[in-house]
Design a binder for this molecule. Structure first.
Ligand code: ADP
Ligand code: MG
Length: 348
């Protein structure tokens, strides 16, 4: 490398700016490529009003999962579910997956059987077919890459870019649980490492543990609100934390937002674990990630249909881009929303 050649560290850009830089010069040349990079899944026209949606995710041992507490069967299940979540976030129905693995010789055949038992369970639960993949040896642990393919009518697909001023902002389920489950597992791992005789104390926290170890994708919620005559204007799944995903919707839709602190759904176990860690539950909900809930906007006219609907919470509304993105606490000043969610390339 010549002396003048500039070297930019990955953390200087961060994950999203890196992706933008790498793929910024790629133009779509195929007329059936409807949406390329930049949403939860790519959208490809199938020639008539039908579309195919495609998404892929890469899970690396030591980065995305720790096998000291992550059962292989759960890991198989989760690696499928996180991809299906991106398909549902487009308002599409998943149909097929491919699964590629890289395995070091540390793993036995029986262990990989376990991984695939979890993959099979997810396929059965969500009605998708495993149609291919690839298998390779690896120098370092386990790598899993899943690609999911789904279908939808072109006019039913919901992008990140359709939010309009005055729309209601909604989330499914509750937030921050997976993050607090992870904190609990990491704490017990540290205790075990310093004292091999210690028994992990996990009682009473089954729900938050399940949210990190065996998450579910939100199938069917959008169908339910559709039956009530409401269609989301924008949607994204919450993998990197509510703050980060809200900012994606705001940026892609060129709008701002107001969300209300007391409206953000947080489970009791999440709040209890957060207090043990001296973390504000709202911080876990905003920045935690791995919730795999859906964040979506609906027109204000959908209020009556959505208000009080089981498993759906109205947390705020869309405003003009000039007004920015803010969290409104019960008292005191509004807090600007910043993305502190998962950034794979942050400086250690
Ligand atoms: P999600 O969190 O929904 O899985 P990501 O944040 O991982 O989405 O990715 C954002 C967008 O960037 C997606 O459209 C994804 O397909 C695309 N993308 C991510 N990494 C790459 C890459 N290395 N090359 C091309 N496209 C990428
Ligand atoms: Mg997503």
């Amino acid at each position: 490398m010549s002396k003048e050649q500039k070297r930019t560290e990955l953390y200087e850009l961060g994950e999203f700016r890196l992706i933008e830089r790498l793929i910024g010069s790629f133009d779509a040349s195929q007329k059936d490529t409807i949406k390329g990079v930049g949403d939860d899944a790519a959208v490809i026209s199938c020639g008539n009003s039908d579309c195919m949606v495609v998404t892929t995710d890469l899970l690396l041992e030591g980065i995305h999962f720790d096998l000291t507490y992550f059962p292989l069967k759960h890991l198989g299940y989760k690696s499928v579910v996180v991809n299906l979540s991106d398909i549902y976030a487009m308002n599409a129905k998943p149909g097929q997956i491919t699964v590629s693995i890289g395995v070091s010789k540390r793993f036995s055949v029986e262990e990989l059987d376990e991984l695939y038992a979890g993959i099979k369970l997810a396929c059965e639960r969500y009605g998708v077919d495993l149609v291919g993949g690839d298998t390779s040896s690896s120098m370092t642990g386990l790598t899993i890459s899943v690609t999911a393919i789904g279908r939808a009518k072109a006019d039913e697909i919901v992008y990140r870019s359709g939010a309009k001023i005055n729309d209601l902002i909604c989330v499914t389920g509750n937030l921050g649980a997976a993050y607090m489950g992870l904190q609990l597992l990491e704490r017990e791992k540290r205790i075990f490492q310093s004292n091999n005789a210690a028994q992990p104390k996990l009682e009473g926290y089954d729900y938050i543990l399940e949210r990190i170890l065996k998450p579910e994708a939100r199938a069917g919620v959008i169908d339910k609100i559709r039956e009530l005559g409401v269609k989301p204007t924008s949607m994204i799944d919450i993998s990197d934390g509510l703050s980060s995903e809200l900012l994606h919707i705001c940026k892609n839709s060129n709008v701002g937002c107001r969300i209300y602190m007391e409206k953000i759904p947080i489970d009791e176990q999440t709040a209890k674990m957060a207090s043990e860690f001296n973390i504000e539950p709202i911080v876990a909900a905003l920045n935690g990630g791995e919730d795999y809930e859906l964040l979506f906007t609906v027109p204000l006219s959908g209020f009556q249909a959505i208000d009080g609907l089981d498993g759906v919470h109205i947390i705020g509304h869309v405003v003009d881009a000039m007004l920015g993105a803010y969290l409104v606490p019960p008292t005191g000043e509004d807090i600007q929303i910043t993305a502190q969610g998962w950034n794979a390339l942050r400086k250690e």
